[in-house]
Design a protein around this ligand. Sequence first.
Ligand code: HEM
Length: 494
Amino acid sequence: MLLSFLRLGMGLCTAARQRGVACAAFACLSSRSGILKQEDESLMLIHKWKGAGSALTFAAGILALPLLAQCEQEESATYSQEDVAEHDSPEKEVWVSYEGGVYNVTDFLEMHPGGAQRLMMAAGGAIDPFWAMYAQHKTAEVRELLEGYRIGNLVGGAQQTYGDPYANEPKRHGALIVRSQQPFNAETPVEFLSQAKLTPNDLFYVRNHLPVPKVDSESWKVSVKGEGMRQVELSLEDLESKFKKHTVTCTLQCTGNRRDMFNGVKSVQGLEWSAGAIGTAEFAGARLSDVLAYAGLTEDSLGEVEHIQFEGLDSDISGTCYGASIPVMKALSRQDDVILAYEMNGQEIPPDHGYPVRVVAPGITGARSVKWLARIIAHREESGSHWQQKDYKSFSPNVDWDNVDWGSAPAVQETNVQSAICVPQQGQTVDASDEEIEVQGYAYSGGGQGIIRVDVTADDGETWITADLSPVHDRRNRQQFKAQPQMQSYRFCL
Ligand code: HEM
């Protein structure tokens, strides 16, 4: 318990000095937003301490005051890069440096939202190059959190400069609504979505987790391997010549589409997507099932193989790449049309969308359609990637970052019904004296489920008007599927 208070005291002391007065430490306890560790090792957001009562605040304050002098002393301490390098494990403590500061983040390891394993990559060294990559850290809140762990400065300050991992980003269309620059994330203005059945490539939403890799399509190859299979490497030309070209029109949607609406109910973390993190394109490429069969995946392998993992060429400086997986039955199903796409709306796949080849898994959340495809692995386990294990999962509203048990929920695969009004736009004023207002929008369902009906209300649910849906002419909407239109649709209705 004492250790917890010491940690708290030191955090307070830093915050107090930042504010210029020692007594600010007390106010800081109840107002600062950040993460503290409790004795039971669980995560706790500082704002939760608000309710902990004045006794706790007072006790922490008493401890913090004698520590002020010690903090000042510790934080003016200087360390060499070798000193930092010696602290590269929880047993020896985990130290990192950032912009010339030295931080002991041992207590933060298990609380890191990006995972302890990732933080350990920087153990004993600089986090600067990692944060240049994962630029979502570059906020005042994260910086303040880090400052709570400062123990001193590097001798001579920050000595090394790091290249910009985002130096090779492609040019983007100015109409995209940018949600984050690095990594680049942007959505389509919704009025385009309700007007065109296919979203133009330049206006298609972009969801990147890392810098866009520079890929030479001449030397690009995808490796395919797995239990009981031969390992093969296929070039772009192989994919085009050895396998029948298969075209599928499908909607891809970011798992966080319309997250900003949640914030109206309860504040949530993550990019504040509005309703434009969704789009429909005509993709063409080789069927994944054909490629897996070519590499020797047979029905006999199915006991051994339960998931098809994908890895992209987008990686951070440690070589950790983006990865995801889908169930093998989805990958093998001829009906489910999973393809390794080399064309998007009749053009080569644009750099932001996975040039030269990406996975397109219709009906499944966009995070599994891995871009800049490098490796396909048929495996008993699903992908161990952060984005499969500790992201893109769904929990009850009472689960938060402080009590989430990632292992208790499956990774999102097929998505549920989604719909949004695009015209008039959110916040737009309409003339109440008009007898009629035209409302346009989209509706979509994952798993190949078609939309049967869309109902719209203008009076909080008192009365409903059933919308006219634009027909969706999918390959799957042929005569034999008319009896079951809900099973074969991959794109949204307008
Ligand atoms: C002591 C240093 C670090 C601190 C204080 C820190 C803090 C944080 C915080 C507060 C978040 C949540 C951000 C948000 O969702 O808005 C986060 C997420 C994350 N961090 Fe760190 N981090 C540190 C080091 C690192 C390092 C070295 C790496 C990479 C090797 C890393 C990779 C990530 C990733 C991948 C995420 C999750 C992003 C996502 O879910 O999209 N972090 N970190």
